[in-house]
Design a protein around this ligand. Structure first.
Ligand code: SF4
Length: 783
């Protein structure tokens, strides 16, 4: 397909948006792996929507044309040497035409079903004939009939934002019945979509929902459920709107949206649903499509965390007890093969329990790193940990003779954990009612305890034990709070990304700050096919919509007003002189910046230490003469209130205006409760100050093992090992995430002050987004 020079867009697009859409269109057309960087505020979501859906529209038109041409050549193949292939082509073309026709028919049926439903509601006597029609519709719609685009993002609110943008775009208005109309569904978890308030209260809502369905039909197979699915397919609705419709129809939005997947071209879904194989398959996702992963700066971390798992000794013990009772009760009724596997699971659980009890911990040795980390009060390991390869762990736990592939397959096929959950529910309820002479029903918490199925959780550990030895590690830990735990730590996310890479037509990873992209790709491309996939990579990075020369002032400050050098290494950062110097910089900035100031600290501990010192040294009092100070809370439920108060203060809508200056100094923490999804646009962040370089704790056994893994498996770059680069990249990603939130739209402006002389090192500067680094200036001192 030739790349269009113009794209339909809700308004006249900026040139960077046109460039973005052109690059996106080409990447999808040429089946590439696209890395797209577009700073927040540049309309990335709209560009993704209009670029990718323009390609989908053109692709469908091309396929239509190709199929019609091929099918019309029916008699021309008779004497052709390539007859077999061409006939094959023709056959597939005919099938495709049939699919296209079926699709149009489906959409017509959906519309007429919706119309009939309304009529039917007015005249209940017609309901029987209507029910018949709906059932037929569901049978025929059970397989995929569209080429699909999967759009995934990390959080529910990011997905909602995307759907809102789609609704605003020209593709969100379904007015042309014969032209290109996008059909869309948003997938969410039961906790987002369930409308049964009793089930919603439970921790074990998945199990309870499945349990309820044993006794009754799933709610989505009802007439109202079908109508809800039809409504989803026929409109562009975000999850809140689907839930609202589900409540008014009394039909389950969770199942209705899953039923809509095969009927839609655009599926909007969270990371977990796309990136986790079992969840993907359970949701009916077929990958032969285009995959767009937004907010992909944390893709590697997301893959690592969703494929890592942690089980506590308490969970193992509980699962062992439940399964023992289950085996005892059904001993004579279980088939020999099932009994064999149940006994094998019991053996595994027993040995895991034994392993947690007999852990002879060796605390980690502390190795200083080039990033400046060493032993300090803050980074000393607080836990006793032991780290082993999977094979070593299985050998030492006497589990090396267990075939975890087979065991896992048995668990999946027999649904043993679900059965166990049902069994425990009955067992515990009986026990409770026997013990309770008043026959009071179990309380909600009692019910939660009985419904929880630790075996389901432990099955993820079985999956981890069946993965390649080099792909992960087992970390055994104990602490006073959670007791002994066994954790599987994934080191090689490429092993879980491979299927997506191999099966998708094109993959687009997009984000506001994708630099350094080599680090992301090195970890996502499987070593065996790395060269093949490297040839597919296309990178696109666009500048900001603002004029960097007049709307942005990024400064790297090497020392403060009294000449104290800024270098916030772990050894130096608790120096009182240094802490006082941060205060002096902030007092000076507060004197000249009329709007809100956000100051980021590397950790909660350090922020607390600094504020304590400022209180003693009278710096807080000086700051408060100019700005009302807000401190980021550690508890997530206190964030909203703080934000409301800070916003009112910074935008001068609340009390706190002093001397004609707008007030508000927010002390925030990198990677803290406000680290994502909160913007400091306009007056909320006229200046962002970053104190030091927020390197992660280099003594964390998990980080050290990850660095060792990268050193062993990845190449050196510019004389530096992959582990060291990873360590630095984690830090710079956190910096970019924090400082990038000051500019959110084309009329916004802000200054960014980086307090540390290390920001002037080329290796650090090169990891800042170019729209910041291009304008970065160095100031020896300030004030
Ligand atoms: S069927 Fe739907 S509404 Fe009912 S419990 Fe399950 S998720 Fe909730």
């Amino acid at each position: 397909l030739p790349t269009p020079s113009e794209f339909i867009f809700p308004f006249e697009p900026y040139s960077i948006q046109v460039d973005f859409m052109k690059a996106l269109y080409q990447a999808i057309e040429h089946k590439q792996i696209g890395v797209f960087e577009s700073p927040t505020g540049t309309g990335k979501s709209l560009s993704l929507i209009c670029g990718s859906l323009s390609w989908l529209r053109d692709h469908e038109a091309r396929e239509d044309k190709r199929c019609k041409e091929l099918s019309s050549k029916q008699t021309g193949f008779k004497n052709n040497v390539d007859k077999k292939n061409k006939n094959g082509d023709r056959q597939s073309a005919m099938e495709q035409i049939k699919r296209q026709e079926k699709r149009k028919l489906q959409l017509k049926k959906i519309r007429s079903s919706i119309a009939n439903y309304s009529l039917n509601k007015q005249n209940e006597s017609k309901s029987n004939s209507y029910r018949k029609k709906v059932k037929i519709y569901f049978k025929s719609g059970s397989h995929h009939i569209f080429f699909q685009i999967f759009f995934c993002s990390r959080t529910h609110s990011q997905l909602s934002q995307f759907v809102k943008e789609l609704q605003k775009s020209p593709f969100g208005k379904q007015t042309d019945p014969d032209g290109f109309q996008v059909t869309m569904v948003g997938l969410g978890s039961r906790s987002n979509l369930c409308i049964n308030d009793e089930v919603r209260k439970l921790k074990s809502m998945n199990e309870r929902c499945l349990e309820m369905q044993k006794n009754s039909k799933p709610e989505a197979s009802s007439e109202d459920g079908n109508h809800l699915t039809n409504t989803i397919v026929d409109s562009i609705l975000d999850i809140e709107e689907v839930v609202k419709k589900g409540r008014s129809l009394e039909a389950c939005p969770y199942y209705a949206s899953r039923h809509a997947v095969p009927l839609t071209q655009l599926v909007v879904l969270p990371y977990q649903t796309l990136l986790h194989k079992a969840t993907r398959e359970a949701s009916g996702i077929k990958l032969k499509s285009v995959v767009i992963i937004d907010e992909a700066h944390n893709l590697v971390e997301a893959l690592n965390s969703m494929h890592s798992c942690l089980v506590t000794a308490k969970q193992i013990s509980k699962a062992h007890g439940q399964l023992t009772r289950y085996a005892h009760k059904f001993n004579t009724r279980l088939k020999a093969k099932n009994l064999f596997y149940v006994k094998q699971i019991l053996y595994v659980l027993q040995n895991l329990l034994h392993a947690t009890k007999s852990m002879n911990f060796v605390p980690f040795t502390v190795i200083p790193t080039k990033g400046g980390a060493s032993i300090s009060k803050e980074n000393k390991p607080k836990l006793n940990s032991r780290l082993l390869t999977v094979n070593d762990f299985l050998f030492s736990s006497k589990l090396d003779n267990i075939n975890f592939f087979k065991l896992l397959r048995y668990c999946e096929r027999s649904k043993i954990s679900r059965k166990l959950s049902g069994f425990v529910e009955r067992f515990e309820q009986n026990a409770l009612s026997t013990a309770n002479t008043n026959s009071t029903p179990p309380t909600k918490s009692e019910y939660d305890v009985t419904m929880a199925s630790p075996l389901m959780h432990i099955e993820s550990l079985f999956a981890a034990f069946s993965s390649a030895n080099q792909d992960g590690r087992v970390v055994m830990t104990t602490d006073s709070e959670s007791g002994p735990t066994i954790k599987y730590l994934l080191l090689n996310p490429a092993s879980h990304f491979k299927q997506i890479l191999d099966q998708s037509r094109a993959i687009i990873v997009a984000g506001g700050t994708m630099q350094p992209s080599s680090c992301l790709l090195d970890q996502l491309l499987p070593e065996s096919d790395a060269e093949k996939h490297r040839s597919r990579i296309a990178e696109f990075s666009c500048g900001h919509v603002i004029n960097g020369a007049t709307q942005l002032l990024p400064i790297a400050l090497s020392s403060g007003p009294s000449g104290e050098e800024f270098e916030f290494t772990f050894q130096k950062r608790r120096s009182l002189k240094l802490v006082d110097e941060i205060g002096r910089v902030l007092v000076n900035i507060s004197n000249i910046i009329p709007g809100g100031i956000v100051c980021f600290f590397p950790s909660y501990d350090y922020e607390k230490y600094v504020v304590q010192r400022w209180n003693e040294a009278g710096i807080t009092a000086k700051l408060e003469m100019k700005k009302k100070i807000f401190r980021e809370p550690k508890k997530a439920n206190e964030v909203d209130k703080l934000l409301v108060d800070y916003t009112r203060c910074a935008s001068n809508k609340g009390p706190g205006k002093q001397n004609g200056m707008l007030c508000g100094l927010l002390l925030s923490v990198v990677g803290g409760k406000m680290s994502e999804g909160i913007n400091f646009s306009d007056e909320l962040g006229r200046c962002v100050v970053m104190v030091g370089l927020p390197y992660p704790n280099s003594q964390s056994p998990e980080l050290r093992e990850k660095m060792n893994y990268l050193d062993r498996n990845m190449r050196h770059t510019d004389g530096r090992s992959a582990g060291q680069l990873h360590y630095e990249n984690l830090c710079m990603k956190a910096v970019n995430q924090s400082i990038g939130r000051a500019i959110r739209h084309r009329n916004d402006y802000a200054s960014i002050v980086l307090l540390d002389k290390r920001y002037l090192r080329p290796s650090i500067t090169s990891k800042l987004p170019t729209w910041i680094s291009d304008h970065l200036t160095n100031h020896e001192r300030f004030g």
